[in-house]
Design a protein around this ligand. Structure first.
Ligand code: AHR
Length: 507
């Protein structure tokens, strides 16, 4: 197999928005407790934040962090998580059938984000069990400098300066019947619009995200977006997309790996369809306003399998249980790399994205309580893409290569790739070989007259696509130098093993 990508600076898609490298921290399982927060851990600082995790989060290169959920937020009372820790109530978390101790809340999150590199907080409000008054209270508490009841409460709780949160999610997955306070599109659209209007009366320049569909497969997909956008269009800046992928079982009980490796095809279609709903709403409303996509939950998630089963029973509400602790394989990392390529290719309409989630829960970083922290396989494509693509400009991918058949998506490109022109003049190419069996010779054709002097290719691949990193074998799958890379005048050639992700930096 062979494929060629032509790098052409005359055809730009968009600058890379830093917010494409966002992540997500939900009060779920061990994401917060024993993930980022564990007083008493040997690396914990004076605030109880694990420093081994802080270091890995910095290395991962995440920007925005969406918080505090997720399904959790639809039952959350934000006031429970502020004030003296000894006075904070223990509450039922209905979303994950757990106990929320509230030892970590808004102040802790804001402080933690400063320590992980001044990351941006993307806060979600509860539109499940709550509504406009509580959202306004939270905004007053977070963003008003002082002189009012809520803002003075924040100051008394130790934060003299406002948190100045710019980006807010108006609820979470309100189309899903599993969501606490699930609503019809019309009811949600009306509520979200009134919350948006009210929040803007406090702080007019907020960036607001209205809920789109919880997945591309929802029966209401499309009609949900149309109704919600029609009701909220002028008062919001983003509509959300959420999507998780995993290798599903086919009729013979075997995992359909070909379709799984082509997950980027589905994400791409999803984005194009939502972009068309945005455009048609804009046209129908004769609006000058632009709405973009916030792809604020995406990842590989073995959704209905053992690690994702909720605790059960009226007397069984564990604190920080092991939930959604998927251990990722080399193939999963390739899919994560492909999804990142897909987000970059759509950088003109996707202005924000969050890898769901950050620590322990379907996460690139794993921890053991009172033990070590380590990188999952999926850590590598994320950290390398973030490092090489931030600050650059995405170029239109002129890609020529073969195709493969998949049961779910039909005939799809074997190779997916995109190039980002770095602010420093470098060319950064990201590429996946989706073939299960065959290697591919991949050529990058540089613009005429390019005098490149070096090429570095880094590949994530394992001969066993199921190979994983575990507590006792933490670096089994990593990103390794691909020494097949050759620079020949204006062409770079790299050999791509089957089921692999590669980043190529040309300087
Ligand atoms: O990320 C895990 C869950 O997936 C989130 O809580 C929810 O929003 C989505 O369904």
């Amino acid at each position: 197999q062979a494929a060629t990508l032509v790098v052409d600076d005359a055809f730009e898609i968009a600058p890379v928005n830093d917010r494409l490298f966002g992540s997500f921290v939900e009060h779920l399982g061990r994401c917060v407790y024993t993930g980022i927060y564990e007083p008493g851990h040997p690396t914990a600082d004076e605030d109880g934040f694990r420093q081994d995790v802080v270091d890995l989060v910095r290395e991962l290169g995440v920007t925005t962090v969406r918080y505090p959920g997720g399904n959790f937020v639809s039952g959350y009372q934000w006031e429970d998580g502020v004030g003296p820790k000894e006075d904070r109530p223990r509450r039922l978390d209905l979303a994950w059938h757990s106990t929320e101790t509230n030892q970590f809340g808004l102040h802790e999150m804001a402080k933690w984000l400063k320590k992980t590199g001044d990351n941006e907080l993307m806060e979600a409000v509860n539109l499940g069990t709550r509504g406009l008054p509580e959202a306004l209270d939270l905004l007053e508490y977070a963003n008003v400098p002082g002189g009012t009841a809520r803002s003075e409460e924040r100051r008394a709780n130790g934060a003299d300066e406002p948190f100045d949160i710019r980006m807010w999610c108006l609820g979470n997955e309100m189309d899903g019947d599993w969501q606490i306070g699930h609503k019809t599109a019309a009811d949600y659209g009306t509520l979200a619009n009134s919350v948006a209007l009210g929040m803007r009366m406090i702080d007019p320049d907020l960036e607001l995200v209205v809920c789109g569909s919880a997945s591309h497969e929802m029966a209401t997909f499309g009609s949900w977006e149309q109704t919600v956008l029609e009701k909220t269009y002028e008062n919001v800046d983003f509509v959300s997309c959420h999507s998780y992928y995993w290798p599903r079982f086919d009729a013979d009980g075997k995992r359909d790996m070909a379709s799984f490796l082509a997950s980027g095809v589905d994400m791409d279609r999803f984005i194009h369809e939502v972009a068309s709903f945005i455009k048609s709403t804009k046209a129908r409303l004769k609006s000058d306003h632009d709405v973009f996509i916030s792809f604020d939950e995406w990842n590989v998630w073995y959704m209905n399998e053992e690690p994702s089963k909720n605790p059960e029973g009226i007397g069984n509400w564990p604190v920080a249980p092991h939930l959604l602790e998927d251990i990722y394989s080399a193939a999963d990392a390739v899919v994560v790399g492909d999804l990142l390529i897909t987000l970059l290719k759509n950088a003109d309409v996707v202005h924000s994205a969050c890898l769901a989630q950050l620590v322990n829960v379907i996460a690139p970083i794993m921890t053991e309580e009172d033990g070590p922290a380590w990188r999952q396989t999926t850590f590598y494509p994320f950290s390398i893409t973030a490092k090489l693509a931030k600050g650059g400009t995405v170029l239109e991918p002129k890609l020529d290569g073969g195709t493969m058949e998949t049961p779910r998506y039909g005939e799809v490109p074997l190779v997916n790739s995109v190039a980002v022109r770095g602010a420093d003049g470098s060319v950064n190419v990201f590429v996946v070989n989706r073939s299960l069996e065959e290697a591919a010779d991949f050529d990058v054709e540089l613009p005429a007259g390019t005098a490149a002097s070096s090429v570095t290719a880094t590949t994530v691949h394992d001969d066993d696509p199921w190979a994983k990193n575990t507590r006792d074998d933490q670096e089994h799958v990593t990103a390794k130098l691909n020494d097949s890379a050759r620079l020949d005048g204006e062409t770079v050639r790299v050999a791509l093993p089957p089921v692999s992700w590669t980043a190529i930096r040309i300087e």
